[in-house]
Design a protein around this ligand. Structure first.
Ligand SMILES: [Zn+2]
Length: 320
């Protein structure tokens, strides 16, 4: 179990600069769909690179930028396709990257999907903390929402509104015995600390009947109770139960944080969503970027306090 140093310092009085990782680091996990081992590597990158993916199993693979415009398929996960090359299931990793405020990073992966790990963002958080961070000589850029934008699909909707900080509100509506009606709404006031403690460990979930159908189509072959909360017609099947009473909706916020990060910068705004998913989250990002009157790109220097609390680099330490 990883423990994090508790810290309430705010980034005030220090310029908010971009960060990358200190050293390259690698891990091997399992592909959710293939069930096969997948190697994952993180490498430091220069300022203004952003988050870039590369396929280590394809010789001469073109870098794939983490851009909402490259999302081609939102079946169960967010999948980027660029020049015919695919990197799937990017949302939990992007959530960890957003949560820790990493601006520049190369992610190399040996298959068409990011490994599922334990179905949450926590293993990626641990890996990034292990690599360590270094501050770079350029101001961190944010995208500030200046005009509300809302998208809808049937009864589902998602919106981003102007807000001093980053807040995510999510409501789900599952009429199912395993979903307690009292725990279908959650809110995250974004900071690195809140992300790590309240969101990063929330796991993905799936219904047994859907998983069986996917397996018949050679999908979800790596899916198990090791990397998802599995629900049958009435119950949660995982012996250990839930990590939070509202773990399902917390995971939906974790997904949204990752999906929204494909906007290209950390967000200053308030996200509200009802029954949203990868497709609608992606549509929202595209809608915002479609009109320059919806946003502006901002930085914070020594004299202006950043409304988002990222833990200072020195406090991002793993204990034990
Ligand atoms: Zn997810």
């Amino acid at each position: 179990m990883v423990h994090y140093v508790n810290c309430n310092k705010i980034c005030e009085k220090t310029a908010m600069n971009q960060r990358t990782i200190k050293t390259a680091i690698a891990v091997t996990g399992t592909g959710l769909h293939s069930g096969q081992p997948v190697d994952l590597e993180f490498h430091p990158q220069p300022v203004d690179t952003g988050i870039v993916f590369e396929r280590s199993d394809i010789v001469g693979s073109e870098p794939i930028p983490a851009s909402a415009f490259l999302v081609q398929d939102t079946m169960m996960s967010s999948n980027l396709v660029f020049g015919g090359t695919r990197v799937g299931t990017v949302e939990h990793l992007l959530s960890a990257i957003a949560g820790l405020g990493v601006d520049n990073l190369l992610v190399r992966v040996s298959a068409s999907e990011i490994p599922i790990m334990d179905g949450s963002a926590a293993p990626f958080v641990a890996l990034l903390l292990d690599a360590g961070f270094c501050e770079q000589e350029a101001a961190k850029k944010f995208i500030k929402i200046i005009r509300p934008v809302r998208v809808k699909l049937e009864d589902k909707w998602a919106e981003l509104r102007p807000y001093e900080g980053y807040e995510l509100n999510f409501e789900i509506d599952f009429d199912h015995p395993a979903f307690d009606k009292n725990f279908q709404h959650a809110q995250l006031q974004f900071s690195t600390q809140n992300f790590i403690e309240q969101l990063s460990t929330a796991r993905t979930f799936g219904f047994l009947r859907d998983i069986e159908a996917l397996r018949q189509n050679n999908l979800a072959l790596g899916g198990s109770m090791e990397n998802a909360i599995v629900i049958d017609d009435a119950n949660i099947l995982n012996a250990e139960g839930l990590r939070f009473n509202d773990e399902f909706v917390r995971h939906k916020i974790l997904d949204a944080l990752g999906d929204l990060h494909l906007i290209g910068y950390p967000i200053l705004g308030r996200f509200n969503a009802y029954k949203s998913g990868h497709a609608l989250n992606n549509l929202l990002v595209r809608e915002i970027l479609s009109d320059e009157d919806n946003f502006e790109i901002v930085t914070f220097d020594d004299n202006v306090t950043c409304p988002i609390e990222y833990l200072p680099l020195s406090d991002l330490v793993i204990e034990g």
